[in-house]
Design a protein around this ligand. Sequence first.
Ligand SMILES: [Zn+2]
Length: 289
Amino acid sequence: MSVPLPQTVTLAPHVFQWAFPAATKAIALTTNTYAIVDGGEALIIDAGSDHPQAVQFTLQQLTDWGVHRVIALVATHYHRDHTCGLVPLQAALQVPLWLHPLDLPPAVRTLGPGVQLQPAPDSVRIGSLTVLLHHAPGHTHGHLHLEIPDDRVVLVGDHLAGRGSVWIGPPDGHLDDYYRALDQIARCGCSIAGPGHGQALTDAAAAARSLRARREQRELQIWQTLHQQPANLDHLVHHLYGQLQPPFLLTMAQRTVQAHLQRLLEHGHIQRRYQSGQGFVYQAKEAPP
Ligand SMILES: [Zn+2]
């Protein structure tokens, strides 16, 4: 089976993006790969397809760009739709594969014990460029943002999407962390954000602020619902989303609501009690979020 070959997009003088179909739940159905290239050196970020043609496409581009040294492969986080294509690339290129230390154990479970993984450094030189690797948990505990200050580009993995929202939920995800990650994107001074899925965003700060506002609105809506009437998770999800099909959408909605409930509990805006036959029932306190 062959895959359609993508168009490579030049996001900035040293940053390139292309996408292959991946086993992802994102709306885009593809995962982006990025290359940062300067002075014959390169860094490759994320790859969601282990199809031989996807691997060959990347290797051919490195040749076309005159790259003689790939410094490393980097995964923004451990999820398989960002990492599975890095495994055959590592075998072909014989270079380190970096993740944040907190995402190394789940990456070993996801990719299998045979893959050599290393903890990512805080920064790396690619030719004359400095690339900063920021620890930015939220979607996963070891999620990374890669900032290329010279090009004013930040690669944000699954913290923004080319279209729509992204998924944050337990056990990997935490909303307070995610809000901090969005603030980091908004404040870093980059104009372009490269998401894990979908097209690049040309106003990184605006995109980060709008996703944060959307989350806060959903959180207020959950508090208001619980203020009118206490409810357990199932009732709350049904009230907010109605009937959801297919089942994985329902699971994702449940975990999204769980993440909001966790944050509302942590900040003292709601309380919960155990009720036989109902499980945990959540109730709003007087102060709204
Ligand atoms: Zn992910």
